[in-house]
Design a protein around this ligand. Sequence first.
Ligand code: SF4
Length: 348
Amino acid sequence: MSTEYRCSQKWEVFMSEIIRVLSGIRATGKLHFGNFLGAVQNFVKYQEKEGTICLYFIADLHTLTTLDDPEELRKNLIEIVKDYLASGLDPERSIIYTQSSVPEIPELCIYLSMLQPLGELQTIPTFKELIRKFPERVSLGLITYPVLMAADILGPKSFLVPVGEDQVPNVELARDIAKRFNNRYGETFPVPNMMQDMVRVPGLDGQKMGKSESDNAIDINMPLEEIRARYLKKGVTDKNRIRASDPGDPYNGCKSVYSVHELVSEGEIETRKIANACLAAAIGCAQCKDVLVENIGKLLIPFQERRRELAGKDGYVREILHEGGKKARALISETVSEVREKMGIVIY
Ligand code: SF4
């Protein structure tokens, strides 16, 4: 995979101008610990950087490709926003909105679809993955999903798009569409970059959390004791470590525990202590999982407290989405006016 467009630079490189950061999530279910650690914590860091405009949206239109229960969609959406807020996203510093609150996004999707060959869409890995998972749901909406995603990205003229590795092909397509549009109609869109610091969090089975069809995720609202029980029962450790007296291989053998230690344990020294104890058989896997869950608790307990305060505050969440929708719409409608003008569309 080409990495020429990946931003390996640090933030300081971009600080000479205001940059727009955008990311979205489908409302298919609740956030899990992988989303929290791998994505949302980064979103919070981006909003704290001077010189950024952060846009975080709930992709309710994209959700319709695989979910047709309206009640569930509406409920998931509110719950995800509560998770965002409890994680530290601040509606004063980030624009939080739903995709459907900006009707110019599907309009832009139609314009961009005129520049996108159909054949290419059918070869995108995410499309193939979705038809493997949902063969009965191969709709036109599913095929055009990446073009709608390009509209999500290009509508606010995003410069940085933090996404997980599974969404990389879709951002590549958005980059191609931006270049095609600029070539045909003149410089309009910045070609979006991806940040490399999205973290891949392993689930209990060692696969990406929430990725496999198996029950491998940790619910961020789960009590710590349940998280401990799940790690003890399901967490995959070094399979060659049969007895506690056998030395383990934390780096290559331990599929679901050590790499999470690296993400949540405080500092390199603490993580190295765990690795050395494992290599020397000075710690058992149950004790090691115990330490891990304690460290997960340091992140999740404050989150869960804030989350409880938001229970029953659906009206407040709707207000945030309403205000966020207005701000996002103001930015995106400006782009869409420019696109209409360049393509020759006149609204009489
Ligand atoms: S001691 Fe910890 S790092 Fe080593 S195999 Fe067991 S769970 Fe994994």
